[in-house]
Design a protein around this ligand. Sequence first.
Ligand SMILES: [Mg+2]
Length: 288
Amino acid sequence: MHNRALHDWPTELYDAYIFDMDGTIYLGDQLLPGAQRMIEELRHQNRIVRFLSNNPTKDPEQYVEKLKKLGIEVDESDIANTVVTTVGWLKHHYPEAVVFPIAEQPLINALHKAGIRISDDPTKIDIVIASYDRTFDYRKLQIAFDAIWFEKRAFLIATNPDRFCPFPGGRGEPDCAAIIAAIEACTGTTCREVIGKPNPIMLEEALGDTKAEKVIMVGDRLSTDIAMAGACQIDSAMPLTGESTVSDVEAVPEALRPTYVLDRVDRLIPQYLWEQHNWSEERDHTQN
Ligand SMILES: [Mg+2]
């Protein structure tokens, strides 16, 4: 792994590209410039392309639909979000546990489908799962409190560490960190495992059993996308189309910086291919 000057772009292709989605491929409902032609080119070059999200409020099918609507065709197996990885982690480590998911329907459905037992009875709960849950309320907090603090039997895990989910126009929505904090605050416990990026579990899930040597993580968040790449000792690229700015990058120590900072995500395609295809910033045939 190496850090180069900001705005230096890759000169060679990687074997595998792992993409964050929001702020990297699209922003809200808007495809970002060059994203579509970049994905097409990577596939044309037989590179592995996968998509990762910390968001547990959607099924992989919903991402397939969303990307399709924006003009990018993907298979469900190309997508790993924290619904997939949280269920995978539980199946691997605690297949017999009774869980209480503080979660929206996609995670609850996936837990059912995986045969993991769910209960809201604090005397039966082994694991409380905090997640990005816009139906969070006092009842759920009380159940978590009773299972962890009063019954002293459950421990806490979480789907993702994000403080908020960014929205277009600089707004956002409270995310999983708020739920974790509420439970930690009243019980005095510490969350035992946080599944989403920067946890390397996410990259392992995305790569599956593919044999890629040169892998690059592409994402707009320093604290999740780029931190995970650092933890996994792979290269990373941060497009400036999402949350982070050049001054955010300059504010963190060298080791926490991305390998590349890109003004647009299709800079991942080396210059010689831009020239071969006669690409320019203005001329992107895939953009509408
Ligand atoms: Mg993002």
